[in-house]
Write a protein that binds this ligand. Structure first.
Ligand code: HEC
Length: 158
């Protein structure tokens, strides 16, 4: 009698243990669900850290070396999807982009595209229009500054 009671209460305890672990398998205690923004923060080598409004400014005259470097990167990594006119290819054409967007917005779009597509209304509008997610191109902030200088030159800035 005593023994069977022991066994059954043991079974109940084991059952509760099973129930409690169900659904949380593989998730350690205190671990938050994966957050795309947190992910990008943890991997500065593949994603730029988010730039805040006002942290990057455009200055004139243009830096000619950056324009050249930016053009090289464009031809290698962006040209397959972006024209330099207003015409859409896979992504929007670049003509006028530096006039309608802030330096911060463009930088985040280039270095942190996943975050932008998750959180930024303007980026999401472009996604609805293009129906393709721009891939992360592993561009650093420094490289993106050069790409933007090339975009500014494409927009007629001197
Ligand atoms: C595989 C195609 C693809 C490649 C390669 C690509 N993009 Fe894009 N890009 C897109 C798409 C598509 C969008 C629109 C947003 C979306 O749908 O994800 C976009 C949007 C943008 C925008 C915003 C344009 C606007 O009108 O506001 C910028 C800036 C941009 N890309 C920069 C770059 C740079 C810089 C590179 C190269 C380093 C690059 N892209 C490479 C597909 C691409």
């Amino acid at each position: 009698m005593k023994l069977s009671k022991l066994i059954s209460s043991g079974a109940i305890i084991a059952g509760i243990g099973l129930l409690a672990s169900c659904g949380s398998e593989g998730v350690k205690k205190d671990e938050k669900p994966v957050d795309i923004q947190e992910l990008s923060k943890d991997k500065p080598e593949t994603h730029g850290t988010e730039v805040k409004e006002g942290e990057i400014a455009f200055t004139n005259p243009l830096n000619a070396e950056w324009v050249t470097a930016g053009k090289g990167m464009y031809e290698l990594k962006c040209q397959s999807c972006h024209r330099l006119t207003e015409e859409k290819l896979v992504g929007p054409g670049w003509k006028g982009v530096t006039k309608k967007r802030t330096p911060t917005w463009i930088t985040n779009m280039i270095t942190n595209v996943e975050m932008m597509l998750e959180t930024d209304a303007e980026a999401q509008k472009l996604l609805e229009l293009c129906l393709v997610r721009m891939p992360n191109q592993n561009i650093t902030q420094e490289e993106s500054r050069k790409l933007i200088e090339f975009m500014r030159s494409n927009d007629g800035e001197k």
